[in-house]
Design a protein around this ligand. Structure first.
Ligand SMILES: [Zn+2]
Length: 341
């Protein structure tokens, strides 16, 4: 049975999906909407079990999005659009640039065929030290640890700080007899309040070295896949730092240099193409990190929601984040694109 609240929400989404595209035609020329994707995972992929729901779309959802986008926007490479804007050239009336964060292996397996089908350009932001390795981001490692503890109570020795975050979720899961990824999301959100160095050390301390993955089950793109994607002419690459360290006020000058400047040099070697765009890990930046990025890159994307235009800061470009749980229908996608909901 569908609740009155759900029906009302669907009604709002339906109306926004009809009204918003009409207003796009009247926007001042030179508008750019930048889309932010992360992973592309089929509905039956076991990888969804250790991933936050806000991190993935299915290949079918991506296909639906591209079908709607090509009707309404000129699809562009973000760096091309920024270069044209910088030189004062005429810009398309309404453009759209597609981006993928982190450099997931599934981008090659499941996003690339859809992008090729639509001949859609895209930028993938790579974490330079993760390429071709089985390294995992701490949120995925933390979620795996909580699941292991749920399945085998007492098997994970969480440090006290983590135990305090994890125990309420485990207790709730035990009461319900299951622990789904939606229930794990708040653990990651709360852990994000800790300093980057602290949360990394806590997750590391809780891990049993023997259970870490091998090169065979890597989740990240490798050099060969990056080369194949570049060869299509559709995919370009940007830097998403060296280790995905949050670049807030806690980051030292040396760390900023290693994450922002060194990653660019390394990625140029690996990708064999210019690396002109930067993407702040977790969308977090500081005056110092934005300053350093602006001295080494053409532009940078953030995670605040909205549309970009040539009179806005090219080093804090807003994006529209897309994931299956909120954009798997045409109406939901168009309403989300508006940036109003
Ligand atoms: Zn990221």
């Amino acid at each position: 049975m569908v609740s009155a609240k759900t029906l009302a929400k669907r009604g709002v989404v339906h109306v926004v999906a009809r009204v918003a595209p009409l207003t796009w035609r009247w926007r001042k020329p030179g508008a750019l909407v930048v889309l932010m994707y992360h992973r592309v995972l089929p509905k039956d992929s076991p990888l969804r079990k250790t991933e936050q729901p806000g991190m993935y779309v299915s290949p079918e959802t991506l296909d639906l999005h591209l079908t709607e986008l090509e009707r309404r926007f000129e699809l562009v490479h973000l760096d091309d659009w920024l270069r044209r804007a910088k030189q004062g050239e005429t810009l398309p009336h309404s453009a759209c640039a597609i981006t993928f964060d982190d450099g997931w292996r599934d981008n090659y397996d499941f996003a690339l065929p859809v992008l090729v089908k639509h001949q859609a350009p895209a930028t993938i932001f790579l974490v330079s030290s993760y390429i071709g390795t089985a390294q995992r981001f701490w949120p995925n490692r933390l979620m795996s640890l909580v699941q292991a503890e749920f399945e085998r109570p007492g098997s994970v020795a969480f440090p006290a700080r983590l135990r305090a975050l994890v125990d309420p979720v485990l207790a709730q899961g035990r009461a319900q007899g299951r622990l789904d990824t939606e229930a794990l999301d708040p653990v990651v959100q709360q852990a994000l309040r800790l300093k980057e160095a602290e949360i990394r050390a806590l997750v590391e301390a809780a891990e049993d070295r023997d259970t870490q993955g091998s090169g065979d089950d890597r989740d990240m793109l490798d050099v060969r896949e990056i080369g194949m994607m570049a060869a299509t002419g559709l995919i370009r690459f940007g830097s998403h730092s060296t280790t995905h360290f949050r670049l807030d006020d806690n980051a030292t000058e040396d760390l900023l240099t290693a994450e922002i400047v060194a990653s660019r040099a390394r990625l140029r070697q690996i990708c064999g193409q210019p690396i002109d765009l930067f993407c702040y890990p977790n969308g977090i930046s500081s005056a110092s990190s934005v300053g350093l990025v602006s001295r080494h890159y053409l532009g940078a994307v953030a995670t605040n929601t909205g549309w970009h235009a040539s009179d806005l800061d090219p080093y804090l470009i807003p994006r529209i984040r897309l994931h299956d749980d909120i954009t798997s229908t045409r109406d939901a996608f168009l309403a989300r694109l508006s940036g109003w909901l």
